[in-house]
Design a protein around this ligand. Structure first.
Ligand SMILES: [Zn+2]
Length: 503
């Protein structure tokens, strides 16, 4: 299935160069920069916001020094040399953590290996403009399956390009001894997770080796991320459709049916039971697969669930439209009953995280007339609008509480991926990662505001209620109402601690 990965991720036709602008927004507060800056980027006083702490929303002031929160108290006195931010009327939530993105390591993407048109600068800008301060990048090994080499390459790219903070999930395409041996180095460097693709044909062919990787990851308190679809079912369904002359992406949902996801999720649960290691199901899409995970959790198994924004707002009917290929990602969009089940899961805490699975290709690439069920570019550019959409459709509409929003978009990912309490919470000593939301602001999602070089968003034209106005990353104002205000290279690669169970 390395072949499939090649087909899926390596079709560089060249991304269209799009000019990306941003529209000025009405400010939600006021920024006062000190005249005599004594490293003012590291010194911040936030006043007037309602701050989401572990006790819920409180009207407090917050001071940050050296990237960390040093004081949280009512009416703090300003000090010389600090950046003052008047956030009256805004909500301060923990900076969002998107645990699942795909970015190119190239200085000038797309690179040959992935075809993704965003690197760490573009991805960071989209993240920060969308209220996210940390992103978890999937690191694909190169053609020699050199996991650690790919981690080195991306480490350099993050140092040069990133503005948001970044953590890495190394991907193992084979279960060779080198993959197993890489775990020790990954753990030592603080990359305490590994991603496996159950949808690849190698997974069953090299099953015993992959089981050892999961077991060893668990022993090291690393989390195993699993793409849960069954290769054989997808392969059979695809070939049946092609034999019927249904080779177009109109039939994408049928080519990767729900039973494929369910079978793979059942197996993931079995693997957690067999190895005792925690598993994390990425981009879960269907009611039936969620039911399996909920049952496993009731049995006390360490099975965690991530869903993805596109499954919450769109059904497979999209594939019948001319722009249907824009919505192609694996697994596919499902039915209205699945949307209901996922929202119920978000509300009740049955789903642990939301990850954008940002996989940016331009609209022209996605709509390439040569695309078909065997050759296509999977993924959507969803980083920037993930939180505004969830805030609007979830919190503003009363489908999830603000505390569920914070868990889903920050705290749970921080725990699962070994970043808590440095990230994922607003408290003294934590990194000063905050997103300031104007809960009353209405905004229409417009192509002009997008930071991804993909140049489109699958929710374009929707009006949302609630909008991130300022994003503060480690005490530095990194996004202010339409403007990126921190520099490439200011983002950090995060060395993480062990996976922390949620239950
Ligand atoms: Zn992905």
């Amino acid at each position: 299935m390395r072949g499939l990965a090649r087909r899926l991720f390596c079709q560089g036709l060249g991304a269209m160069a799009l000019s990306i602008g941003c529209r000025p927004h009405r400010p939600g507060g006021e920024v006062v920069r000190p005249r005599d800056p004594d490293d003012p980027r590291q010194r911040l006083l936030l006043r007037g916001a309602r701050i989401y702490t572990e006790r819920g929303l409180q009207r407090l002031d917050l001071r940050a020094r050296g990237g960390r929160i040093t004081e949280l108290a009512p009416a703090l006195e300003p000090q010389r040399g600090e950046t003052r931010l008047d956030a009256t009327g805004l909500l301060a939530l923990p900076g969002g953590i998107d645990p699942h993105v795909h970015l190119s390591s190239a200085a000038t993407p797309p690179d040959e290996d992935t075809g993704f048109c965003d690197n760490y600068t573009h991805g960071s800008e989209a993240a920060l403009a969308g209220g996210l301060t940390s992103i978890g990048a999937m690191i694909f090994p190169d053609e020699h399956d050199d996991i650690l080499g790919a981690v080195e390459t991306h480490t350099r790219s993050v140092a040069e390009q990133a503005i948001a903070d970044v953590f890495m999930h190394a991907v193992a395409f084979t279960s060779a001894a080198s993959s197993q041996a890489a775990l020790a180095t990954l753990e030592r460097r603080g990359h305490t997770s590994i991603k496996l693709f159950k949808v690849m044909v190698q997974f069953e062919r090299q099953r015993s080796g992959f089981v050892e990787i999961i077991r060893e990851a668990g022993r090291r308190r690393m989390l195993t991320l699993l793409h849960c679809e069954n290769h054989q079912i997808n392969d059979e369904a695809t070939h049946r459709l092609i034999a019927e002359g249904k080779n177009s992406l109109r039939y994408f949902a049928e080519s990767s049916p729900v039973r494929s996801e369910v079978k793979a999720v059942r197996d993931a649960i079995y693997l957690a039971e067999q190895t005792g290691a925690p598993v994390y199901v990425v981009h879960l899409s269907s009611a039936a697969a969620l039911t399996e995970c909920v049952a496993a959790r009731r049995r006390g198994l360490p099975v965690y669930v991530e869903t993805r924004p596109m499954y919450l707002y769109h059904t497979r009917a999209r594939y019948e439209r001319a722009d249907g290929p824009l919505f192609v990602g694996q697994p596919p969009l499902r039915g209205p009953e699945d949307i209901e089940a996922l929202w119920d899961g978000l509300r009740r805490g049955l789903i642990d995280t939301i990850g954008s699975d940002h996989a940016p290709f331009t609209a022209a690439e996605k709509l390439d007339p040569l695309s078909n069920l065997e050759e296509y570019r999977p993924g959507t550019p969803s980083l920037q609008m993930m939180l505004p959409m969830l805030f609007s459709e979830g919190v503003a509409r009363g489908r999830i509480t603000l505390s569920r929003f914070v868990e889903l978009t920050s705290t749970n990912a921080a725990r699962l991926f070994g970043l808590y309490p440095r990230k994922g919470v607003i408290r003294r000593g934590a990194d000063a990662d905050l997103t300031l939301w104007d809960p009353g602001r209405r905004q229409t999602i417009d192509v002009d505001m997008l930071r991804s070089r993909a140049g489109y968003d699958i929710n374009e034209g929707r009006e949302v209620l609630g909008w991130p106005i300022y994003t503060i990353r480690r005490g530095e104002l990194a996004y202010a109402d339409g403007e990126i205000t921190a520099a490439p290279g200011s983002g950090r690669l995060l060395a993480r601690g062990p996976h922390q169970p949620l239950r």
